[in-house]
Design a binder for this molecule. Structure first.
Ligand code: ZN
Ligand code: ZN
Ligand code: ZN
Length: 366
């Protein structure tokens, strides 16, 4: 998708939402539109995009050379002794309905309100989420490429080609992070490695625990893969391996998880409410008696951000639309014993659920 298309889609949403002006700063909306991400520091970077009229990226002078400027926007570099909010305030002119990026530092929003109290502000997600949640064919292929890259790493883990037993969680986490970059991602975003009872904590921080024989190891990892346009799309994959012969208890729970995950993937058809995708797998986990041990939603959307709309959770009655891309990642976490999760990225497509991760879903015994 070209920059022209991205800007055109944003402007069409602004018309629909009656938004005069879109302001984007720190966060993923800005790179989604421009290919440039604002540094999350104290200096202001802000795209000022009128519904009609020219867009300007207001940026600290010392960072201006980092931007790959496109015909869709001009740069306004501000010097170290200027007040950039005065520059943005001037550009807002008579605009009254303004959408500002949800993750913009509050002091910039407060500063704009202090300069002119007659404007109304709303979250830019009102404009950007409907765009970002529905991937074009080109975006789906970028997500697929990132997914296949982490699949290759998981396949090596499952084949026993990456050392596990005798290594610490931290070592394996660092090794997966290294391979994420080696496989073509511009950066790694997270690399959860949780062994044995540690895997009962879904977002465990990999530590000094040495991975032993005869235990489960949960690996959940992903990164961002950038295109030539500077826009990056994320991967996110979870697989579990077992270092030896799984206990009957572990194997039984994994069979339930396997069946539940497949059921949620199969349910992810266009038109199905997101909460029904959650229920499809949760019903199986509950029926098997593990309901109390599945303590999170089934999934999250994915795109330029690792977590975005749509969320696959009870209460989200929105029907899936073609182009929604999201994780399907049920888990079973038994405190003090073990934990497991099985995660793929799936796209709702007119032809049916399109799973982007193809690596084996069975419990790999190494
Ligand atoms: Zn998570
Ligand atoms: Zn994950
Ligand atoms: Zn995930």
């Amino acid at each position: 998708m070209s920059f022209a298309d991205r800007f055109a889609r944003a402007r069409a949403q602004m018309v629909e939402q009656n938004v005069d002006m879109l302001l984007l700063s720190v966060g993923a909306d800005l790179p989604y539109l421009t290919g440039y991400g604002a540094m999350p520091l104290e200096r202001l970077t802000m795209l000022v995009l009128p519904q009609d009229g020219d867009a300007t990226l207001v940026i600290p002078e010392l960072e201006a050379s980092l931007v790959n400027v496109q015909p869709e926007f001009a740069l306004h570099a501000w010097g170290e002794t200027e007040d950039p909010l005065n520059i943005v305030d001037g550009m807002l002119g008579s605009a009254t309905n303004i959408a500002i990026g949800d993750t913009t530092w509050a002091r910039f929003l407060v500063g704009l309100i202090e300069r002119n109290g007659s404007r109304t502000f709303q979250n830019a997600s009102n404009v950007m989420t409907p765009l970002r949640a529905v991937k074009t064919a080109d975006e789906v292929e970028r997500l697929r490429a990132a997914s296949h890259a982490v699949d290759r790493i998981a396949a090596r883990l499952q084949a026993g080609e990456i050392p596990v037993v005798g290594k610490t969680e931290k070592w394996l986490s660092d090794e997966l992070a290294r391979q994420i970059v080696e496989e073509g991602h511009g950066k790694m975003n997270f690399s959860i490695v949780a062994a044995g009872e540690n895997a009962a904590s879904p977002h465990h921080h990999a530590g000094d625990r040495v991975i032993q024989e005869n235990e489960g190891v949960l690996c959940d990892f992903g990164g961002t893969m950038f295109g030539d346009d500077g826009i990056g799309y994320c991967s996110d994959l979870t697989r579990c391996i077992y270092t030896g012969t799984p206990s009957a208890e572990f194997a039984e729970a994994y069979d339930v998880l396997f069946e539940a995950q497949a059921a949620s993937v199969a349910a992810a058809t266009v038109g199905t409410p997101a909460e029904e995708v959650d229920r499809a797998g949760r019903d199986i986990i509950e029926a098997a008696g593990y309901g109390d041990y599945f303590i999170h939603r089934t999934g999250h959307g994915i795109g330029v951000e690792a977590h975005e709309e749509p969320y696959i959770v009870e209460g989200n009655t929105d029907g899936l639309v073609a182009g929604n891309a999201f994780s399907v990642e049920p888990g079973i976490y038994i405190p003090g014993k073990f934990g497991m999760r099985l995660e793929d990225i799936v796209v709702a497509a007119d032809a049916g659920p399109d799973p982007l991760n193809m690596v084996d879903h069975h419990l790999a015994v190494i």
